[in-house]
Write a protein that binds this ligand. Structure first.
Ligand SMILES: Cc1cc2nc3c(=O)[nH]c(=O)nc-3n(C[C@H](O)[C@H](O)[C@H](O)COP(=O)(O)OP(=O)(O)OC[C@H]3O[C@@H](n4cnc5c(N)ncnc54)[C@H](O)[C@@H]3O)c2cc1C
Length: 568
């Protein structure tokens, strides 16, 4: 069986659904997701989405230009300023569109959409639905997609991307229920496959966030951009690393060390707890390293104190946070501070695309967290990622709508059939008994990434990580799973994804080793200063013939904002 669509979208998160809704009236669109769309990681987003609506009485003179400046500064000047301008200009329209489609935003007493302050934002511009913003947005878009009769293939797992002669022909899919392999041909393939958080052991991301889409695009010859930039969120619950939204600090929460000090005063006297994430994460790690953390059997932590907000506000604005704390660590934040530590949270780098979502491969687009436009540069501001997914999902759809009729792309069957045969061969090999089990390699990979390529980095540690990643890649050759049953064989899917996770990790580590400066989330203890002369540029990773990444560079686009020192 071979399926054919004009446009194939992989990903049922905000990006994939927004692209599908934009295209389904005019084209034959199919949307594939390895989980039911509303189980995508977008559902977990808590704190909100940025737009300069200027509804907050403290932010009446907010504008898209100010949002642009905050984002450029937050990116440590690595973001492409033309793309950031587009995103910030589109933001208010996107939020009102989601509102009109039924998204239940929290409100101010005058009925306008409520906005709270977020890290690195000069104005309170983060729109939210209590602390379940992703849930509200994703269900709104999913309902819209169902209403518009988008053809959805849930629980279909894409194993490989088919690229030949510089053109994308579609993908190979494994139907999770039946175990059948199906080639899907399409004129245009769009990836909205999300981030790679699970390459790290300690992450706020869902277990499904393996970055397999990024890895399979890379293996098929698509370049990746700025992979060394990994965001670590300052406030994740000790033990499980479940996110404690920046909204906690946006609503007025404090960070305290074991001396009871609001230590952010020392590091960012103006922004305090609402400095950007890269800075707050480093401050927390410094407090812990210098002995001012609290000891706990699960690790050393810092306190996130919400008690002074009072029960009423916590229940109204942060109900999800309260119940997570009570369920997972037995603490009611109304009565006690929350024990937190930084952990991996977001993938700034990703598939190299322009502001239309187009990659250098004909017929292959990407948007959202798997892509790098780049609007986040070296450090993403909280609330800008939900915005990125919907804006660039929409703009990719618009570009495809304009360009598809002109391009006259003819995807071929032959490369798809030969790729399918390769995947079959691979599955046969993975299901031969006797090899090492994939979970062991995944655990070793996660450990080395969390321990050696984290908030603070050194040449020695990154080189060790590179060595270890290469060793795990060698072990991968002999991986096998415990059952050959094709039906719902999640261990088999994990084994297939692991290959891509290793490629993703390899590009992160190599990029981190080469970039001998500190910028945004990439902090090298051995090169603690930003070096604009040498490194005001994007890194591009392409897979070399021998399998190692080849790294080149690309100019950063600067429009109105010359690089300055970042002070908060
Ligand atoms: C806990 C948490 C809270 C967050 N809170 C906020 C916030 O408040 N504000 C903000 O701006 N950002 C927030 N973020 C970031 C933001 O939520 C994400 O960046 C964004 O939702 C990603 O959306 P996406 O559509 O790109 O991908 P996702 O929502 O991750 O969706 C990826 C989709 O791809 C599919 N997929 C992946 N691989 C395959 C494959 N091989 N085959 C088939 N399907 C595949 C998956 O099934 C899924 O449907 C948060 C992130 C986390 C983890």
């Amino acid at each position: 069986m071979m399926l054919t669509h004009d446009i194939l979208i992989v990903g049922g998160g905000l990006t994939g659904l927004r692209a599908a809704v934009g295209l389904c009236d005019k084209f034959n669109v199919g949307l594939i997701s390895k989980v039911y769309p509303v189980r995508s990681h977008s559902i977990a987003a808590q704190g909100g989405i940025n737009a300069s609506l200027a509804n907050n009485p403290d932010g009446r003179d907010d504008t898209w230009e100010k949002h642009t400046f905050d984002t450029v500064k937050g990116s440590d000047y690595l973001g492409d300023q033309d793309a950031i301008e587009i995103m910030c200009k589109e933001a208010p329209g996107i939020v009102y569109e989601m509102e009109h489609w039924g998204c239940p935003f929290s409100r101010f007493p005058d009925g306008t959409i409520a906005q709270r302050p977020f890290g690195g934002g000069g104005f309170p511009r983060t729109c939210f639905s209590a602390d379940v913003t992703g849930h509200s947005l994703l269900n709104t878009l999913y309902e819209r997609a169902v209403y518009k009769k988008v053809k959805i293939y849930p629980e279909w797992f894409v194993t490989s991307l088919c690229v030949e002669d510089g053109q994308c022909h579609g993908v190979i899919v494994l139907d999770i229920k039946s175990g059948e392999l199906i080639p899907v041909r399409a004129k245009v393939t769009v990836f909205g496959t999300g981030g790679y958080g699970r390459v790290y052991r300690n992450s706020t991301n869902a277990l499904i966030n393996t970055g397999s889409g990024i890895g399979m695009a890379y293996k098929a010859g698509v370049p990746l951009k700025d992979m060394e930039f990994v965001q670590f969120h300052p406030t994740t619950l000790i033990g499980t690393n479940i996110l404690m939204t920046e909204g906690c600090r946006g609503e007025g929460g404090y960070l305290l060390n074991n001396k009871g000090e609001r230590f952010m005063q020392k590091y960012a006297p103006t922004a305090m707890e609402l400095a950007p994430r890269d800075i707050v994460s480093r401050c927390i790690m410094t407090e812990i390293e210098e002995g001012r953390g609290f000891e706990h059997p699960l690790g050393t932590y810092i306190e996130l104190d919400l008690r002074h907000l009072g029960k009423k506000k916590i229940i109204e604005r942060l109900p999800g946070i309260r119940s997570i704390c009570m369920d997972f660590i037995g603490i009611d934040p109304v009565k006690k501070p929350i024990p937190i530590m930084p952990s991996q949270h977001y993938s700034m780098g990703g598939i190299d695309v322009n502001e239309k979502g187009a990659s250098p491969i004909k017929g292959f687009y990407a948007a959202g967290e798997c892509a790098c436009v780049s609007v986040h540069g070296a450090n993403r501001l909280g609330g800008n990622s939900l915005l990125d997914t919907i804006v660039f999902g929409k703009l990719a759809a618009r570009a495809i709508e304009e360009e598809l009729p002109k391009d006259k792309l003819k995807p071929k069957e032959k490369p798809l059939l030969s790729l399918k045969a390769q995947v079959e061969k691979k599955i046969n090999k993975l299901t031969q008994a006797g090899g090492e089990r994939p979970y062991k390699l995944a655990a070793d990979l996660g450990a080395v990434m969390s321990e050696k390529v984290g908030v603070f980095r050194t040449k020695k540690e990154i080189a060790q990580a590179l060595d270890e990643v290469k060793k795990i890649k060698e072990r991968y050759i002999n991986v096998s799973v415990s059952s050959a049953d094709p039906h719902m064989n999640y261990e088999l899917h994990n084994a297939i994804e692991l290959e891509y996770m290793l490629e993703v990790a390899h590009t992160i580590v190599l990029g981190a080793l080469l970039r001998e400066e500190s910028r945004g989330a990439h902090f090298r203890r051995d090169f603690p200063k930003r070096n604009d002369k040498k490194w005001l540029k994007h890194t591009i990773a392409k897979m070399g013939k021998k399998g190692d990444p080849l790294i080149s560079c690309k100019q950063v686009k600067i429009t109105n904002y010359q690089p300055m020192e970042r002070k908060y």
